[in-house]
Design a binder for this molecule. Structure first.
Ligand code: CP
Length: 310
């Protein structure tokens, strides 16, 4: 049966631990996995912009010895009206072994997977899931804390449009973390309560008890008019400001998936100060998260294509 990585909803503990274990091996030993995917061809089709995800998948594929092609959509036959299914079937027919897809339509990979005979990897679909981001975030957390179990994680911001939140909830819960979602009522749908997480509008209370403070990007591109009075009002109520840094628990870790809207989710002054704080006071992992992207995505490629079906 073809393996895919569409989302982390429904992932079991053994699979999660296997991917994270592989990532750790790849991170700690630069010779591990070299040439494991030699002869494989991996294609990336990004229908939305990306820096971190696309580049780190390319580096991950090369690290394992695979060939990697990235598809320039703006000069493809998509502009002549070729359908998504035609585009993807055409790429598959050229002998590609796996397809990495980012698309604005939530759930599109579930629809595509039944029509494909090669592994599909979700690089972010609308407001649905971004599984490799959640995996690399876990890999990062594991580098800062001895265990994920019982950690208090506050995820703050645009919950409504966040595919990162939807993937992270599943993975963090399996590993035993406690999650509180915080944001303005218009960006915090009440249905999240059903996922076994706390939902709050109270930033201070959530930050004070959090081991991990995860700032979510305000997604300008997915905002419907009227959900926020202004970005300034968002920052004044939910942004991490210099003054609010004093709410952080000693040793708390501040995370962000990037790209950071400096001045919105966190002020420039707060970010500068956070980076200079001693680790026992507070830590920030934005660059660690980027660095984790390569071994974690290599682990995913190895898991799906490496031939080890354990
Ligand atoms: N975090 C993330 O997905 O970043 P990119 O959009 O740059 O890939």
């Amino acid at each position: 049966m073809t393996r895919h990585l569409i989302g982390l909803s429904g992932i079991d503990l053994a699979t999660l631990q296997r991917i994270l274990g592989l990532a750790e091996l790849l991170r700690n030993n630069r010779h591990h996995g070299v040439d494991k995917l030699k002869g494989k061809l991996i294609a990336a089709l990004f229908f939305e912009p990306s820096t971190r995800t696309r580049l780190s998948f390319e580096l991950a594929a090369r690290r394992l010895g695979a060939d990697f092609i990235s598809f320039p959509l703006e000069s493809s036959s998509r502009v002549k009206g070729e359908s998504l299914l035609d585009t993807i079937s055409t790429v598959q027919a050229m002998g590609v072994d796996a397809l990495i897809i980012r698309h604005s339509a939530s759930g599109i990979l579930h629809w595509l997977k039944d029509k494909m005979s090669i592994p599909l990897i979700n690089a972010g679909d609308g407001a649905h899931e971004h599984p490799t981001q959640a995996l690399l975030d876990l890999d990062t957390i594991k580098q800062f804390f001895p265990s994920v179990k019982s950690l208090q994680v506050a995820m703050i911001g645009d919950i409504k449009h966040s595919r990162v939140v939807r993937s992270s909830i599943h993975a963090l819960k399996i590993l035993g973390a406690h999650i509180t979602l915080v944001g303005p009522p218009t960006l915090l749908p009440s249905e999240f309560c059903r996922l076994g997480v706390n939902v709050s509008w109270q930033l201070e209370e959530a930050v004070r008890k959090a081991d991990v403070v995860y700032l979510l990007r305000i997604q300008h591109e997915r905002q419907q008019k009227g959900l926020l009075p202004s970005l300034k009002s968002y920052t004044s109520q939910y942004g991490l400001t210099e003054q609010r840094l004093q709410w952080l628990k000693p040793g708390a870790l501040v995370m962000h998936p990037g790209p950071v809207n400096v001045g919105v989710e966190i002020t420039a002054a707060a970010l500068r100060r956070l980076k200079k704080m001693p680790p026992e006071q507070a830590r920030v992992s934005i660059e660690h998260q980027v660095a984790s992207g390569v071994p974690v995505r290599a682990a995913v490629l190895d898991f799906l294509l490496g031939g080890d079906q354990r």
